[in-house]
Design a protein around this ligand. Structure first.
Ligand SMILES: Nc1ncnc2c1ncn2[C@@H]1O[C@H](COP(=O)(O)OP(=O)(O)OP(=O)(O)O)[C@@H](O)[C@H]1O
Length: 298
């Protein structure tokens, strides 16, 4: 079942249109990522979905509700973590969670959220005294306190230490196993590859690519081969081979990039010349490669 539908979303700030027709869907139980360069329109898109901004053109439905209609039912099913969490300087994490919990019919327990987000020791510390990462964990707790059916998380783990990121990823995966749906804005390809079932790449207010992280990664098909040849080889010779797009030498190590057949092409050439490839490594295409390709094409 489709839980979020966005069709033809356009949005301007003043005279400047920043979203030029965004279409996306999120199915029940999915984790969907929105990736894209700074200023591409990711936050504007999710803020329109969350009812914080009103689209100029287009249709948005979240579980059948139009977020612009200010239907109070939307608040019961949707939890939002915003890029910047503005809370009063003197409020403590425990107070903030309890305050937010009061808006929901069946909130999560404060102690449970503090524990799961690693904030138990800071439960009674003032917001202004929390570190950036602790403030961010609190913003995640506030997005999840109402047991939302859909959570919109904007730069979920930016600035968190690697162990905290892993813990939060595992917790979110558990929540989606229990039926939660997540729309996630991220700059981290690792986060997108680890968590997301599907991603949308946005560039300059348009969707430029979509698919599972694995599908997108392999869509370019680019392979990289590195090795130290047993005797010097001119990179220009490798570059002239079919399917080879780049060839460089650095401190004796050769790096060759090319299509899916590039590893075989390079090895066949080396064998034909009687050259041995030491420290041979072949790396497949990554989501980073796909991201850079589609965002730099535009
Ligand atoms: N309140 C606003 N008033 C005017 N322009 C805005 C406003 N908010 C965002 N913009 C502009 O709209 C464009 C899209 O911004 P948005 O915050 O949606 O991008 P983003 O993809 O989330 O970027 P980032 O990765 O940097 O967070 C940017 O050019 C930004 O400068």
């Amino acid at each position: 079942m489709t839980l979020i539908t966005v069709q033809g979303l356009r949005k301007s700030y003043g005279a400047r249109e920043v979203l030029h027709g965004i279409d996306l869907t999120v199915d029940d139980g999915e984790i969907v990522g929105v990736l894209g360069p700074n200023g591409a329109g990711k936050t504007t898109t999710v803020e329109c979905i969350g009812g914080l901004r009103t689209p100029d053109v287009g249709t948005i439905r979240v579980a059948g509700i139009d977020p612009a209609a200010k239907n109070p039912e939307l608040r019961q099913i949707l939890g939002m973590q915003l890029q910047q969490c503005h809370l009063p300087a003197k409020i403590t994490p425990a107070e903030a969670i309890e305050l937010f919990a009061a808006f929901y019919r069946n909130p999560r327990r404060t102690a449970e959220l503090l524990e799961l987000l690693g904030l138990t020791s800071q439960a009674h510390q003032r917001f202004e005294k929390l570190s950036g990462g602790q403030q961010q964990r609190l913003s995640i707790a506030l997005a999840l306190v109402g047991r939302p059916k859909v959570a919109i998380l904007d730069e979920l783990t930016t600035g968190l230490d690697p162990a905290a990121r892993r813990d939060i990823w595992a917790y979110l995966q558990k929540l989606t196993d229990e039926g939660m749906t997540i729309l996630l804005v991220t700059h981290s390809m690792e986060e997108a590859s680890h968590l997301c079932d599907r991603v949308y790449i946005v560039d300059d207010g348009r969707i430029v690519a979509t698919g599972s992280p694995a599908e997108l990664a392999t869509s370019g098909g680019r392979q990289t081969v590195t090795f130290v040849p047993s005797e010097p080889i001119d990179p220009a010779d490798l570059l002239s081979l079919p399917g080879i797009a780049s060839a460089t030498v650095d401190h004796g190590q050769v790096t060759v990039g090319g299509d899916a057949a590039a590893p075989q092409t390079v090895l066949a050439e080396l064998i034909a010349r009687g050259i041995t490839a030491n420290h041979l490594r072949v790396t497949g295409p990554t989501l980073d490669d796909a991201y850079l390709r589609v965002t730099q094409e535009n």
